[in-house]
Design a protein around this ligand. Sequence first.
Ligand code: PEP
Ligand code: MG
Length: 593
Amino acid sequence: MSVPTPDPGGEIVIKGIGVCTGVVIGPVFLYTAEDSYVEEYAVAADDVAQEIGRFEDALIETRRQIKQVQDDVVEAAQKDSANIFDAHLMVLDDGALIGEVIAEIRKSGINVEGAVRIVATRYTAALGAVDDDYLKERTADIKDVVRRLLQNLSGRSISIFEQLNRKHIIVANDLSPSDTAAMKKDVVQGFATDLGSPTSHTAVMARGMEIPAIVGLHDITQRVSTGDEILIDGNKGILILRPTSERLEEYGRVVETRRSIVTGLTTLKDQEAKTKDGRTIILSANVEVPEDIDAVLSHGANGVGLFRTEYLYLSKERLPSEDEQAEAYEKVSSRLSPAPVIIRTLDIGGDKFLSDVRVPNEMNPFLGCRAIRLSLAQPDMLKTQLRAILRASTRGNVKIMYPMVSNAGEIIQANAILKEAMNELQEENLPFDENLDIGVMIETPSAALTADVLSDHVAFFSIGTNDLIQYTLAVDRVNERVAYLYEPTHPAILRLIKDTIDVGHKQGVWVGLCGEMGADPVMTPLLIGFGIDELSVVPSAVPLVKDVICNITAKEARELAEIALLARSAGEVLGHCRELILKIAPEILELTG
Ligand code: PEP
Ligand code: MG
């Protein structure tokens, strides 16, 4: 729970979950999902009939969608919830409302989007002013239906983030990965949300952008207004509203200390990630878009251990063509060559969606048709992506990785589609690397427990702890209410990681780790002690992890791992890890909070 601590100067300190380190001070921009920008423009008298036709088409499509959602809910035996959609359908069938929109188009000579917005504002204002709870609730129905209508009319609403042109800290109830993808780093200095947890994809994006962020603040959107000055400390996970001058001074010193530590770590850039007794760890980076390669190079990573391809397209209206994909993959592989680049096939579903990919409406999207399951359900889409990756593989440094595999059959099916893609390219005389490595993410408990079976079909494993933790501990990775249960050092997780590494090595398969656990330098000795071959982390974490690797011996790491495997709780393990860091690289605790 967030506990406000008022002080006599009016300063308020609110505790949340820090998801990206760093401190920032600035004015709030309070964002609500309704802030999506809708284009409004004048229409000529001759085009009014056409505009009304667009309105009618959008009404039909919106009705169809609402019916579909209602049927899904009924099917899921949630009849009470299904009644909500009756209210939505009533809004759509309201002759008075429809008549007013048409009248507004005619009277004002504006497009239908503008007219819908004017009429909806008029209705919600009138209903909100009535002293009747039932009628007040209807405003929510109208807002919901209008949002859907506008979406159908414009195909895509333009994100408000594309409109922002002054520096702000975004405060929102929640941010979707598409919202985060639309943020421009030069104007968005940081963000804070009511909902969310450390491994939600939005938090992952924040770390990629290297902007301080705090999630899980519960009701921060109720406490601040646009323009309020706030300070966010991503290390400690605290947001300070109206910071006092003493507080600002204190933070000035903290920022200075951290800056000098980070500057000191830049000297490691060209140094190999090798323990004091000579064990080399491959230290790679996770990227979301080709532009991230600048950060990969400037932070001194060995290559890319995870290219999350879905982010390339999150802010687009449609899936990219084979050529567009090949160009993006080629950009990354050519800039990094000869360093390796692991390209992961689309991981859509869960908390990431694209407008053009038909993801069914599901009660449990993280357990549903996500990642490899969706790719296998839409084999043409997978084949297009595989062809594009193959075309970018001519330098011999590209590897392919499948996400969220839960049985060997999925790898076999995907590899069969890969074979078809290879045959096609051969027939078309298009070159590619015929010997490129295929790998699999170990991010479901079933994959970890049957790593020996999966190893028959792949050259490498990459442990996806973000999902492995959620699926093993039954903790939704984006739900802040259960975030306290999301424990990377839980004995169950340690055993799965250690066993996967041991089995991989026995089977001649190298083992990496690309979840957020690998980017926490406090965890580095433990993972080295388990025998991990590669760590793939957000670019900004590369110097911190390298610092730890270079200051430890493999022997010390093994001793820690042995103790950790005997521990009875996550807290006990964490205590041992922090103790060792304090001994070998205390500056890291200053940076990680
Ligand atoms: C993971 O699950 O650990 C992972 C790296 O994949 P993602 O965060 O994209 O689900
Ligand atoms: Mg994952």
